[in-house]
Design a protein around this ligand. Structure first.
Ligand code: NAP
Length: 278
């Protein structure tokens, strides 16, 4: 039996088992995907077990996404640029453990699904400069956006992220949004604002183009106030659940050798699971 894991501290909240178990049954595989609670002090021992054991690989969530780097033999260029690992797999030429980050892939695949014209844009507004923003700025640079504007509460973090990702990026502030919005093709909220239990994101989209792609990577609730506003203005709203589902695809392919699909059935299953938590 092939086995894969998701590790974190805490781990109970992870939706990854629902996603991967669904694909395992859909493909009729003799495989298991398990959530394992691993504290920071246990990470070294757990990875030694993985290295010598029968796991094909797994996912990594907080607080291990950065510290795990030192326990791997290889890190993909994407994960190195984003600065965090979320997927571990066995490298083809041996049992070596490699680390990747699939959030940029998940972000792009979600927009490809729901707003394919996003690839033709040139100016993006990215709200937030945390871990998720790093993956999204990476994806925007990769797709060829030439004016990537990073807006964050803590200005220094926006500045340093913009500098790190090169000449297509610059920092701005929430005050400047009314002047930045009219030329934007794509707006992405990567802050935790608007998430259940968090303050809401106050933003007026009235000066934006009517075909603005508005992506909120917050997925609880599924339709945030930002997406509701975009929908009511006839813009192109894209929720964050697709990113969560698509980021799981590369790991499943590597561990189990099958290409899974992100479809309505999987989406409904994860929505029911999210609703069950309320
Ligand atoms: P993070 O590294 O902690 O970053 C949080 C960001 O939110 C920072 O830019 C922070 O600004 C900003 N923020 C927090 N509270 C704020 C407030 N009251 N006012 C203004 N800005 C505020 O978190 P993350 O890992 O990037 O995750 C961010 C969100 O994305 C979470 O809701 C997470 O669930 C979601 N997410 C979704 C997916 C998906 O697959 N859909 C994937 C990853 C993350 P400061 O720098 O000023 O603190």
């Amino acid at each position: 039996m092939k086995r894969a894991f998701v590790i974190g501290d805490p781990i109970k909240h992870s939706r990854s088992p629902v996603i991967h178990q669904h694909w395992i049954s859909q493909h009729g595989l003799d495989a298991r995907y398990e959530a394992i609670h691993v504290k920071p002090s246990e990470l070294g021992n757990f990875m030694a077990l993985v290295r010598h054991g029968d796991f094909a690989g797994g996912n990594v969530t907080l607080p291990h996404k950065e510290t795990i780097k030192t326990l791997l033999t290889k890190i993909t260029s994407t994960a190195r640029a984003i600065g965090a690992i979320n997927t571990i797999y066995r490298d083809k030429d041996g049992g070596d453990l490699a680390g990747d980050n699939t959030d940029a892939y998940g972000f792009s695949a979600n927009l490809d699904d729901h707003a394919p014209k996003w690839r033709d844009g040139t100016k993006a507004l990215i709200l937030g400069a945390g871990g998720a923003a790093r993956a999204i700025v990476y994806a925007m640079v990769d797709v060829g956006y030439t004016d990537i504007v990073i807006v964050n509460r803590t200005a220094e973090k926006a500045d340093s992220l913009a500098k790190e990702f090169g000449k297509a990026c610059r920092a701005s502030s929430f005050d400047q949004l009314p002047t930045e919005l009219p030329e934007a093709d794509c707006l992405v909220n990567t802050t935790s604002l608007g998430m259940n239990g968090q303050p809401s994101l106050e933003i007026d989209l009235s000066s934006a183009q009517s075909n603005l792609v508005v992506n909120d990577i917050v997925y609880a609730p599924l339709e945030t106030a930002l997406l509701e506003q975009a929908r009511k203005r006839g813009m192109i709203p894209v929720d964050g659940l697709g990113m969560l589902l698509h980021q799981a695809v590369p790991g499943f392919e590597r561990w189990f050798g099958e290409q899974p699909v992100v479809d309505a059935e999987l989406r409904d299953l994860v929505i029911s699971d999210l609703n069950g938590d309320r």
